[in-house]
Design a protein around this ligand. Structure first.
Ligand code: IDP
Ligand code: MG
Length: 136
Protein backbone atom coordinates (compact mmCIF):
# COMPACT_ATOMS: atom_id res chain seq x y z
CA UNK A 1 0.00 0.00 0.00
CA UNK A 2 1.38 3.39 -0.88
CA UNK A 3 1.79 6.16 1.66
CA UNK A 4 2.65 9.30 -0.27
CA UNK A 5 3.94 12.07 1.98
CA UNK A 6 5.49 15.49 1.61
CA UNK A 7 8.43 16.69 3.65
CA UNK A 8 10.65 19.74 3.93
CA UNK A 9 14.32 19.69 3.06
CA UNK A 10 16.64 22.61 3.67
CA UNK A 11 20.05 22.81 2.06
CA UNK A 12 21.82 24.73 4.80
CA UNK A 13 24.24 27.66 4.36
CA UNK A 14 27.40 25.55 4.50
CA UNK A 15 26.25 23.49 1.51
CA UNK A 16 24.89 26.42 -0.52
CA UNK A 17 28.16 28.25 0.14
CA UNK A 18 30.01 25.29 -1.42
CA UNK A 19 27.55 25.21 -4.32
CA UNK A 20 26.33 21.73 -3.50
CA UNK A 21 22.66 22.31 -4.31
CA UNK A 22 22.84 20.70 -7.77
CA UNK A 23 24.52 17.59 -6.37
CA UNK A 24 22.06 17.35 -3.49
CA UNK A 25 19.12 17.89 -5.85
CA UNK A 26 20.44 14.96 -7.94
CA UNK A 27 20.65 12.82 -4.81
CA UNK A 28 16.97 13.45 -4.15
CA UNK A 29 16.03 12.66 -7.75
CA UNK A 30 18.19 9.52 -7.81
CA UNK A 31 16.37 8.38 -4.69
CA UNK A 32 12.98 8.91 -6.37
CA UNK A 33 11.95 12.05 -4.52
CA UNK A 34 9.82 14.44 -6.52
CA UNK A 35 10.78 18.07 -5.95
CA UNK A 36 7.42 19.84 -5.91
CA UNK A 37 8.64 23.29 -4.96
CA UNK A 38 12.03 24.85 -4.45
CA UNK A 39 13.33 28.30 -3.63
CA UNK A 40 16.57 29.93 -2.58
CA UNK A 41 16.12 32.41 0.26
CA UNK A 42 18.07 34.19 2.98
CA UNK A 43 16.11 34.26 6.22
CA UNK A 44 16.54 36.64 9.16
CA UNK A 45 17.67 35.51 12.59
CA UNK A 46 14.13 36.17 13.86
CA UNK A 47 12.70 33.81 11.23
CA UNK A 48 15.31 31.16 12.11
CA UNK A 49 14.32 31.50 15.79
CA UNK A 50 10.71 30.90 14.84
CA UNK A 51 11.57 27.92 12.64
CA UNK A 52 13.73 26.27 15.34
CA UNK A 53 11.46 27.21 18.27
CA UNK A 54 11.31 23.56 19.41
CA UNK A 55 15.01 23.91 20.27
CA UNK A 56 14.74 27.19 22.20
CA UNK A 57 15.84 25.67 25.51
CA UNK A 58 18.90 23.95 23.99
CA UNK A 59 22.36 25.39 24.67
CA UNK A 60 23.07 25.52 20.93
CA UNK A 61 19.84 27.41 20.04
CA UNK A 62 21.40 30.83 19.54
CA UNK A 63 24.30 29.52 17.42
CA UNK A 64 21.88 27.38 15.41
CA UNK A 65 19.68 30.37 14.57
CA UNK A 66 22.70 32.59 13.81
CA UNK A 67 23.94 29.88 11.50
CA UNK A 68 20.71 29.19 9.59
CA UNK A 69 20.39 32.93 8.92
CA UNK A 70 24.08 33.41 8.06
CA UNK A 71 23.66 32.93 4.31
CA UNK A 72 21.34 31.69 1.57
CA UNK A 73 19.54 28.38 1.95
CA UNK A 74 17.54 26.29 -0.51
CA UNK A 75 14.19 25.02 0.74
CA UNK A 76 12.46 22.15 -1.03
CA UNK A 77 9.09 20.48 -0.84
CA UNK A 78 9.78 16.79 -1.45
CA UNK A 79 7.25 14.09 -2.25
CA UNK A 80 7.67 10.33 -2.12
CA UNK A 81 6.24 7.19 -0.55
CA UNK A 82 7.10 7.58 3.17
CA UNK A 83 8.96 10.81 2.33
CA UNK A 84 9.58 11.88 5.93
CA UNK A 85 11.37 8.71 6.99
CA UNK A 86 13.00 8.18 3.59
CA UNK A 87 14.51 11.68 3.71
CA UNK A 88 15.77 11.16 7.27
CA UNK A 89 17.41 7.92 6.10
CA UNK A 90 19.01 9.63 3.11
CA UNK A 91 20.27 12.46 5.35
CA UNK A 92 21.92 10.28 7.99
CA UNK A 93 22.67 11.06 11.64
CA UNK A 94 22.69 14.64 12.94
CA UNK A 95 26.44 14.43 13.53
CA UNK A 96 28.20 13.68 10.22
CA UNK A 97 30.78 11.70 12.21
CA UNK A 98 28.07 9.20 13.14
CA UNK A 99 26.33 9.18 9.75
CA UNK A 100 26.36 6.02 7.63
CA UNK A 101 28.35 5.82 4.38
CA UNK A 102 26.43 7.15 1.43
CA UNK A 103 24.20 9.51 3.44
CA UNK A 104 24.08 13.22 2.65
CA UNK A 105 25.52 14.26 5.99
CA UNK A 106 28.36 11.76 5.66
CA UNK A 107 29.16 12.94 2.14
CA UNK A 108 28.71 16.67 2.58
CA UNK A 109 28.47 17.53 6.29
CA UNK A 110 31.37 19.31 7.96
CA UNK A 111 30.38 19.14 11.63
CA UNK A 112 27.32 18.71 13.86
CA UNK A 113 26.33 22.32 13.34
CA UNK A 114 27.33 22.53 9.68
CA UNK A 115 25.61 19.32 8.67
CA UNK A 116 24.43 20.53 5.24
CA UNK A 117 20.78 19.47 5.31
CA UNK A 118 17.63 19.69 7.40
CA UNK A 119 14.70 17.29 7.11
CA UNK A 120 11.36 17.24 8.92
CA UNK A 121 11.24 14.53 11.59
CA UNK A 122 7.52 13.67 11.48
CA UNK A 123 4.54 14.02 9.17
CA UNK A 124 3.03 16.53 11.60
CA UNK A 125 6.17 18.67 11.71
CA UNK A 126 6.55 18.40 7.94
CA UNK A 127 3.16 20.09 7.52
CA UNK A 128 4.10 22.90 9.90
CA UNK A 129 7.54 23.36 8.32
CA UNK A 130 6.23 23.29 4.74
CA UNK A 131 3.65 25.90 5.70
CA UNK A 132 6.38 28.02 7.24
CA UNK A 133 8.25 28.32 3.94
CA UNK A 134 5.64 27.73 1.26
CA UNK A 135 2.37 29.16 2.54
CA UNK A 136 1.61 32.00 0.15
P1 IDP B 1 18.28 17.00 13.12
O1 IDP B 1 18.65 18.16 12.24
O2 IDP B 1 19.05 15.76 12.79
O3 IDP B 1 16.79 16.77 13.18
P2 IDP B 1 18.03 18.19 15.76
O4 IDP B 1 18.28 17.48 17.02
O5 IDP B 1 16.62 18.51 15.39
O6 IDP B 1 18.76 17.36 14.59
O7 IDP B 1 18.87 19.53 15.83
C1 IDP B 1 18.67 20.56 14.88
C2 IDP B 1 20.02 21.05 14.40
O8 IDP B 1 20.72 21.63 15.51
C3 IDP B 1 20.95 19.95 13.90
O9 IDP B 1 20.77 19.66 12.52
C4 IDP B 1 22.32 20.53 14.16
O10 IDP B 1 22.71 21.40 13.09
C5 IDP B 1 22.10 21.36 15.40
N1 IDP B 1 22.54 20.62 16.58
C6 IDP B 1 21.95 19.54 17.15
N2 IDP B 1 22.61 19.12 18.24
C7 IDP B 1 23.65 19.96 18.37
C8 IDP B 1 24.73 20.05 19.32
O11 IDP B 1 24.85 19.26 20.25
N3 IDP B 1 25.63 21.06 19.11
C9 IDP B 1 25.52 21.94 18.08
N4 IDP B 1 24.53 21.89 17.18
C10 IDP B 1 23.61 20.91 17.30
MG1 MG C 1 15.27 18.02 13.90
Amino acid sequence: MSNIEQTLSIIKPDAVERNLQDQIRSEFKNNNFEIIKEKKIHISKEEAEKFYKVHETKPFYNDLCEYLSSGPIVVMMLKKDNAVLENRKLMGSTNPKDADEGTLRKKYGISIDKNSVHGSDSVENAKVELDFFFKD
